[in-house]
Design a protein around this ligand. Sequence first.
Ligand code: ADP
Ligand code: MG
Length: 393
Amino acid sequence: MNIHEYQAKDIFERFGIPVPRGMVATTAAEARAAAEEIGGEVVVKAQVHAGGRGKAGGVKVVNTPQEAEEAAAGMLGINLVTHQTGPDGVPVRKVMVAEATDIKDELYISIIVDGDLGVPVIIASTEGGMDIEEVAEKTPDRLFRVAGDPLLGLSPYHARDVAALLEVPQSAQRATAALISNLYRVFVDNDCSLVEVNPLVITGDDQVVALDAKINLEDDALFRHKDLAALHDPEQEDELERRAGSADLAYVKLDGGKVGCMVNGAGLAMATMDITKWAGADPANFLDIGGSADQGRIEEAFRIIVSDDEVEIILVNLFAGIARSDVVAQGIVNAAKETGATLPMVVAMRGTNAEEGRRILNESGLDITAAPDLAGAAEVLRDKLASAAGGAQ
Ligand code: ADP
Ligand code: MG
């Protein structure tokens, strides 16, 4: 789960990490009042679950409360489109008004879990304020990785190493090392999957400050953090992913494909995407209905898949154990009739009540081809794609 910059900065402050003084505003008048209270030059920052705001007009440095009000009025209520959002952008409901910092140097620091090593890893770079992917590609020698230890944490000398690698001025080394240790505590204590500060700033008087703050919380650990779970802002999420989440379905949108995939189980999802590729197409999404899906959830799953405009054909790959094929089949048929969806479907069903499931599909009068297994489904899919492409010429 993603949270907003101002929420991440609240957490930072609780862990002793310096951030510029700031306030949240939901109206332009509140932004003006905040700028008056902070005084002097301030920045107005759109609060959205996406980075790249600076380049997209979502971060404005202003000199007066009047200008802060105008900047906020220009952001509140719009959908901000950045290189990290889709073409529709994400809605701006709040802005942060923060003291403008005298920036001498912009650095980068983040903590993620390294899946291969199985430990939290600190990634640091002297090239802050820009896309870290670009730094990794163009100047990989400016990127450093230092591993923590799941049991021992981050040792103080590792924190000092990172501060040294960041080439911060001598007088800021100690504060930077302390900030890195505190950032590591933020990561571990809150069960984060990502903590990122881009930029981490060295000020004109050699103070170190977190100018931006991004925190991703591990969904599977949220039950341990009720206070953090309450920070959930569903409005910032993709609508279909949000609907899937509330029906307890795992839906992932994928770029560029046209095959909607409905599966039960993550391993099956991977296999289904592989055979989709083998059949000559790309998946548009996959939707995992999980183990014990009832009919209502199957129906919602189907509605979600057909709501994705890019889907031209649906591939259902079910290995029914606890889930029953007939229940899934009936859910699909109900939802197809209800939505009036006429997309062709290829369905592979094995396991519990598979025969009954296939009978329901075959007798539904819909454009559904039931295949006995995955290999059969792959061939049907390939033939259907080929004839659709032939028909289009
Ligand atoms: P994003 O990552 O979404 O673009 P940032 O918070 O990183 O948003 O802001 C983008 C840029 O705006 C920063 O790299 C910095 O140059 C400037 N900026 C952000 N906050 C402040 C601030 N408090 N004072 C001065 N400049 C700032
Ligand atoms: Mg940033």
